[in-house]
Design a protein around this ligand. Structure first.
Ligand SMILES: [Zn+2]
Length: 69
């Protein structure tokens, strides 16, 4: 039986929610805003590896929020 390897870059707060700073917009967001990607057979024994996306959803979709003056 195969197990997925889950690799998450982020910090867990006391409620158990993982937050991560987006390197593109610099905003700290919950990991749910980043999404996950699965890399098939990327583990040392052929396991699937699940990682968070490095950029948040907004940045990946190309939507840039302008900061007001
Ligand atoms: Zn972002």
């Amino acid at each position: 039986m195969q197990r997925d390897i889950v690799v998450v870059q982020g910090e867990k707060d006391k409620t158990g929610t993982v937050h991560r700073k987006c390197p593109s917009c610099g905003v700290v967001k919950p990991l749910n805003d980043f999404g996950l990607r699965r890399m098939k057979h990327a583990g040392p024994n052929g396991e699937d590896v699940v990682r968070n996306q490095s950029w948040c959803r907004d940045c990946r979709s190309g939507r840039r929020k302008e900061h007001g003056p």
